[in-house]
Write a protein that binds this ligand. Structure first.
Ligand code: GDP
Length: 479
């Protein structure tokens, strides 16, 4: 086992000015993912984050299943058809001087492998809980992955505009089922149709929601906790209950300590509604402060600081044919130290080769922009001619390798039968490329004469995606 306290120092390619700039840039990066059970509201929240971050001007209807508007993060054809989020993409936006990288992860259980890998690129997670359903199975799994990786978790209890479980009951459930102490950062004012705002415990302010269009950013204004306006909005009895609860929390609630949060020993809890926007403002403001800057990473030769001047990063996802117009393959790289410059030459330790990173992109739904420079914490998409694999590292000079990109054993298998035998070549190409993305694993049965490939996957829905993509992207039908 490596000595975990050993710090790696890579050769410094920067002068003092450049290094100062690097440190300032890295300090603004916030790279995070949202974890939740399907239907808890991840897509809705993602969209609202983009809206509040100014990256979208109007939030669309959440993945209307019968066509119409789709969310910005939903770009694959199959996602549109099925109304599920299949692939993880990366969305960027600025918020209060921070450069946010939101790693979008599929919520469906069958794609959990992809999600687990994506989490290896995140520094913080927002855990979304549906206030009606509480802690659900997929939340538990994803929470455990975050805990294993030491990722700090901020909890957002969503759908407070619906009549859900009592807030104390929810906190108790999170603590009991997930085993993490909760420290409520705010407290809901009213519930269901009378959910009108939150009491911000950290700032000791009461915020009343201004109401308005769901597709646009709506503010909240400050009032007194004993104001008649609030009594009128939620009723005298409900207000008296809120006052008692706030007082109780002051004496009996778990105190929030940043160090404990960063080491995953406490989760701050926010209440709100991603759909109506009530509670989003204070949540985002606090989240921008809570989310840590890029953390140091464990490599096979010791710990590497995020602001180490030499460039390094690892591939956590590969996606073929993101743009159907141009057959291409994009490797998503999480930068772990230094600065990325388009056109730079880097070392690829697995093959010992030098690669030129000439084609690099960032994504916003279907829009891609060329990235000329990026910093530790950022995610860049690299155009890949077929050299890179999930888990590969790239670095500036000295080879470094990062610990633990998880690989999972497949739990389901299917034998692929080709409809048109003349398409064997296309099938091979398609399966080779799609399996390199890590979504399915490819096997051959040596005991049989016929060499139909066997696909293995963690979830059965993966097979449907592969079937669809083989047809759409490689013109091959399989049975
Ligand atoms: P995902 O599967 O986690 O991405 O969830 P979606 O964002 O697609 O939301 C699932 C359903 O819950 C949709 O019908 C949303 O409109 C709804 N929803 C999301 N957030 C809220 C909320 O705050 N309140 C209510 N009442 N419904 C919500």
């Amino acid at each position: 086992m490596l000595a975990r306290t050993c710090y790696v120092t890579l050769p410094n390619p920067m002068d003092d000015e450049q290094y100062k700039r690097l440190r300032a840039e890295v300090a603004t990066r916030r790279t995070f993912a949202i974890i939740s059970h399907p239907d808890a509201g991840k897509t809705t929240l993602t969209e609202k984050l983009l809206l509040y971050g100014g990256a979208l001007h109007m939030a669309g209807a959440v993945r209307s299943r019968s066509g119409g508007r789709h969310t910005a993060s939903d770009w694959m054809e199959i996602e549109k058809q099925r109304g599920i989020s299949v692939s993880s993409s990366v969305l960027q936006f600025d918020y209060q001087g921070r450069h946010m990288n939101l790693l979008d992860t599929p919520g469906h259980n069958d794609f959990s492998e992809d999600t687990y890998r994506t989490l290896s690129a995140a520094d913080t997670a927002i855990m979304l809980i549906d206030c009606v359903k509480g802690v659900e199975p997929q939340t538990i799994k994803l929470f455990q992955v975050c805990r294993m990786r030491g990722i700090p978790i901020v909890t957002f209890v969503n759908k407070m505009d619906r009549d859900g479980k009592d807030p104390f009951e929810l906190l108790d459930e999170i603590e009991r089922v997930l085993g993490i102490p909760c420290s409520p950062a705010n407290w809901p004012l009213g519930s269901g149709s009378s959910f009108v705002g939150v009491y911000d415990r950290w700032r000791n302010t009461t915020l009343l929601f201004d109401g308005g269009l769901r597709s646009q950013r709506v503010g909240m204004h400050t009032i007194e906790l004993d104001s008649p306006e609030l009594a009128e909005a939620i009723g005298e009895n409900a207000l008296a209950k809120v006052r008692d609860e706030v007082e109780l929390l002051g004496t009996a609630g778990t105190a929030f300590e940043r160090e404990k949060f960063l080491s995953g020993q406490v989760t701050p809890v926010f209440f709100g509604s991603a759909m109506t926007n009530c509670g989003l403002d204070p949540f985002l403001d606090h989240f921008a402060d809570l989310a840590p800057a890029p953390r140091a990473r464990i490599t096979t030769s010791g710990i590497l600081a995020a602001d180490d001047p030499a460039f390094s990063g690892f591939v956590f996802k590969i996606q073929a044919n993101m743009d159907p117009q141009h057959r291409d393959r994009i490797a998503f790289l999480r930068i772990c130290s230094g600065k990325f410059l388009r056109g730079m030459n880097v070392l690829h330790p697995r093959t010992g080769k030098t690669l030129s990173l000439a084609r690099s992109v960032q994504f916003m739904a279907q829009e891609r922009t060329v990235v000329d420079e990026a910093y530790s914490g950022d995610i860049v998409g690299l155009w890949d001619p077929g050299v890179l694999r999930i888990g590969d590292s790239l670095c500036e000079a000295t080879p470094v390798e990062f610990e633990g990109i998880p690989r999972f054993s497949p739990e389901h298998f299917v034998r692929v039968r080709l409809d048109d035998p003349l398409k064997r070549k296309q099938l091979k190409k398609g399966l080779d490329q799609l399996s390199e993305e890590g979504a399915v694993q490819l096997f051959f049965d040596r005991r049989r004469l016929e060499r139909d490939p066997i696909l293995g996957a963690v979830g059965v829905l993966q097979f449907e995606v592969i079937e669809h993509r083989l047809r759409a992207e490689y013109g091959v039908r399989i049975g």
